[in-house]
Design a protein around this ligand. Structure first.
Ligand SMILES: N[C@@H](CCC(=O)N[C@@H](CS)C(=O)NCC(=O)O)C(=O)O
Length: 211
């Protein structure tokens, strides 16, 4: 009897998107092997599996998938375990909306502009760009407001149970809140802060967190 193919995640230990993929695997109870690829230090290596030289990439047998939105959906649908997508059309719409907000409006200012410059670079002895950090903080405000307005229909963005939206967004907001100014801005959005605390208490979150 042949054993089912293993899942391999190609990612960078500090990657916020790779964290979202690990969160989905962990919530589903799927084991994975990890291949460390630093897309910043080794872009040519990252480009072997990703045409835009980014991580994560999930490999399952002969099937390879990049783009976190696709990876987390595949993980939910290809494996048994708790469903990570609501069936109700409105809850499903909300989930997709929050995933799109995470990618289009949240990640860059909150992670790449603020977290990178206020937390990651200083922690790794690199020179931060303070102007970029300030701009990231300013650009994060309307994103936090939009997310705060979308909370409140359930403890999670997709309703009563955690969905792909929660797993996609939580690493971004958690990284943002690591910066003192980010944490202060988040404190002014009470429902979003409570949502993050709920996510941070989940065993999958603790088991996969990069710091
Ligand atoms: N759209 C991609 C974005 C992935 C992404 O930006 N990953 C970052 C790490 S968190 C990366 O690989 N950055 C390398 C670079 O921008 O050169 C996804 O959803 O997976």
């Amino acid at each position: 009897m042949t054993s089912p193919p293993r899942v391999t995640l190609h990612g960078y230990q500090h990657s916020i998107y790779a964290w979202a993929a690990r969160l989905a695997l962990s919530e589903k109870g799927v084991d994975w092997d990890w291949v460390e690829v630093d897309p910043f230090a080794e872009p040519e290596r990252a480009a072997r599996r990703h045409p835009f030289a980014k991580v994560p990439v999930l490999v399952h047998g002969s099937f390879a998938l990049y783009e976190t939105v696709a990876i987390v959906q595949y993980v939910d649908e290809a494996f048994p375990g708790p469903a990570l997508q609501p069936t109700d059309p409105q809850a499903r719409g909300r989930m997709r909306q929050v995933q799109a907000i995470a990618d289009a409006y949240a990640y860059w200012p909150m992670v790449r502009m603020l977290y990178s410059n206020r937390v990651f670079r200083p922690r790794h002895g690199e020179e931060p760009d303070r102007t970029e950090a300030r701009e990231g903080l300013a650009r994060a405000r309307p994103v936090l407001d939009a997310l705060e307005a979308l909370t409140g229909e359930g403890p999670f963005f997709g309703g009563a149970a955690p969905s792909l939206a929660d797993l996609h967004l939580a690493p971004i907001v958690a990284a943002f809140a690591e910066a003192p100014e980010g944490g202060a801005l988040l404190a002014g959005r009470r429902r979003l802060k409570a949502w993050l605390e709920t996510m941070q208490a989940r065993p999958a979150f603790r088991a996969t967190r990069p710091w």
